[in-house]
Design a binder for this molecule. Structure first.
Ligand code: ARG
Length: 428
């Protein structure tokens, strides 16, 4: 009796690489391929992708709408965490990978597959993210990375596709490599690899150029509940609708273009272009509400957490205890982050121009220089006396040169530079 063929679940986008991978896995590994397409919120013709997979030869093509899960467990926690890799990248792709890995692993179990496959190259972060996640979730699964393995050039790939009746036309138009989901769009390759060259307009799809953005600014109000955006212009909105709307609105005003020399996990610097209008606006608005509702110390500590969180997500360590710990902290830190930010969208910039909160720590009575001033000016005297005690004591003992009567020059604060050349000459 003929042995049953092994099955592999392939993360299928419908693009050239993963389309070629369907046939290649059948030929090279002699496995039945189940194509799994995951909708993380970008408009694509899902039925057509499914049909394409089957036509190429997948024994099954599954489509999963994971948008709500992505929003609730990936995007919103990252927003609450203030997670921006290297201060600028809102991590759209990086956040999507662990979810795709989880769905691959779950599908493999449901379908009785022994292997999973992804279309990443051997040079990017995504292969690491997928495989770290899969190792944590299902170490028994064999992981195959066709694109990393086959070493075909783009032309060879196209030839392979043509020889195997795999449709290519629609998939090779763009000179860029693009990944997108509802949190943002990443654009790489082609002319963008020259970090001196300004990205051509055709790299962008979600955002208008500044010249084409409206001349008049647009004001919007975003309401937050415990760090989660819940309304736009006073109207309650579900998260998916709100992000969709903001991507359009802010994109129209040219907001959310990011041009970044990024430090990849695999050790190289790469030039990355992103479009993330909603993410940029929401991070800024969220920060504004935190500024109103968190103490100075809490804000300082949160900055450290944000950096750690962003690095951990970028580096593919989603399924880790440290991540759970950070999330627990972040969630707790958001319990007072409720309020509304007023934001001006204009010609590529997004500016917070107003903020309010029912639990604001901003007190007008304490801050004002006008009549109704509640701040105790007299108390400042004692405060300065005690707060300044350590530096006063030090000035009088260790740093006498600072005291009145002595000449003050830069060298008394900053030690003179040691000039190695001079020293060397003196030695001779
Ligand atoms: N550099 C980004 C990251 O590592 C984006 C990767 C996008 N992938 C792509 N195929 N264009 O998260």
């Amino acid at each position: 009796m003929k042995q049953k063929r092994k099955k592999v679940v392939l993360a299928y986008s419908g693009g050239l690489d993963t389309s070629v991978a369907i046939r290649w896995l059948q030929e090279k590994y002699d496995m039945d391929v189940i194509a799994l397409t995951i909708d993380l919120g970008t408009v694509k013709d899902l039925p057509a992708i499914k049909e394409k997979a089957l036509k190429i030869g997948a024994i099954k093509a599954l489509v999963v709408d994971a948008r709500e899960t992505f929003l609730r467990y990936f995007i919103f926690p990252a927003l609450q965490a203030g997670a921006m890799y290297e201060g600028v990248y809102p991590l759209a792709t990086a956040l999507g990978r662990p979810l795709i890995a989880k769905l691959l692993a779950d599908t493999a179990i449901e379908e009785g597959a022994e292997a999973v496959a992804h279309g990443c190259t051997g040079k990017g972060n995504d292969q690491v993210r997928f495989e770290l996640a899969l190792q944590a979730l299902s170490p028994q699964l064999q992981v195959i990375a066709p694109v990393r393995e086959w070493k075909m050039s783009r032309d060879e790939e196209i030839r392979y596709a043509q020889e195997h009746q795999i449709p290519v036309e629609a998939t090779i138009k763009s000179p860029y490599s693009v990944d997108e989901n509802l949190w943002g769009r990443a654009i790489e390759c082609g002319i963008l690899e020259d970090p001196w060259v300004e990205p051509p307009e055709d790299a962008y799809k979600w955002t208008r150029s500044i010249d084409k953005a409206p001349d008049r600014p647009r004001y919007i109000e975003i309401g937050f509940d415990n760090g989660i955006p819940v309304s736009l212009n006073g109207e309650k909105m579900d998260g998916l609708g709100l992000i969709h709307e903001l991507n359009i609105l802010a994109g129209k005003h040219g907001i959310g273009r990011i041009d970044h020399i990024e430090n990849r996990l695999v050790g190289i610097k790469s030039r990355e272009i992103y479009e993330a209008p909603a993410a940029v606006v929401l991070h800024q608005a969220h920060k504004a509400i935190e500024g109103m509702t968190m103490t100075k110390d809490a804000l300082r500590f949160k900055e450290t957490v944000s950096t750690q969180y962003a690095d951990l997500i970028y580096n593919g360590l989603w399924f880790s205890a440290l991540h759970q710990d950070l999330v627990a902290y972040v969630l707790s830190s958001q319990r007072f982050v409720t309020g509304t930010a007023r934001v001006r969208l204009h010609k590529g910039s997004c500016t917070v121009v107003g903020r309010r909160s029912p639990v604001s720590l901003y007190s007008h009575a304490l801050a004002t220089y006008d009549g109704a001033d509640a701040f105790d000016h007299n108390a400042a005297v004692g405060f300065i006396k005690i707060y300044g005690l350590p530096s006063k004591t030090q000035a009088q003992t260790q740093m006498k040169a600072l005291m009145a009567g002595e000449t003050i020059h830069v060298d008394s604060i900053v030690p003179p530079k040691v000039k190695p050349k001079k020293l060397a000459r003196r030695k001779k």
